[in-house]
Design a binder for this molecule. Sequence first.
Ligand code: CA
Length: 218
Amino acid sequence: MQSIFMPDAIYRYMLGASLRETAIQAKLRAETAKLTEAHYQIAPEEGQLLAFLVEMTGARRTLDIGTFTGYSALTVAQSLPDDGRVISFDINEQWTSQARAIWSEAGVADKIDLHIGPALDSLDKLLANGEGESFDFAFIDADKENYDAYYERCLRLVRRGGLIVVDNTLWRGRVADPGDRKHKTEAIRAFNAARLEDGRVTLCMLPVGDGVTLLRRR
Ligand code: CA
């Protein structure tokens, strides 16, 4: 999915002028584009934003909620130091087997722990294991109805100053259409409204990809 709030010609120019996608990222993106769920994949410029943020913040321990075919985990892993880690969560064996293959090919498989199963359970286990406040960065891009629940766990798992990045927060503009009362739209709209009033974080919403919100824990 490309940044959707930008005219095509300008979008193409922006990619040509700034995208530094590795060959393996491009390969994964091309393979994923063949899937029915291809739109689940983040835009390449959004991947580059994640990589930039990881590098800028010096993140080492990171969470990736919603693995899909592995683009965000691959991108973050490529930007982490050698001892950096991505813990990635998904329920789908098929997508994640594709992810595992590409991570191996990219030489980053040893930086990524994949947890198959409901992410809320896995996140609760991390908290129960005393891993609260031990993460530097989290990317949330899974089922929209659970965004608030994922966010609340991430807020306990990241340290003060840690970053939580949330995907699809502009939801193809549907959040701005008061007539759209679909569950996912309502969930994202409620999530966005709650974050504006959320004094635990500072925030910034960007029209990158399908809308991405950056939240930094105070
Ligand atoms: Ca997404």
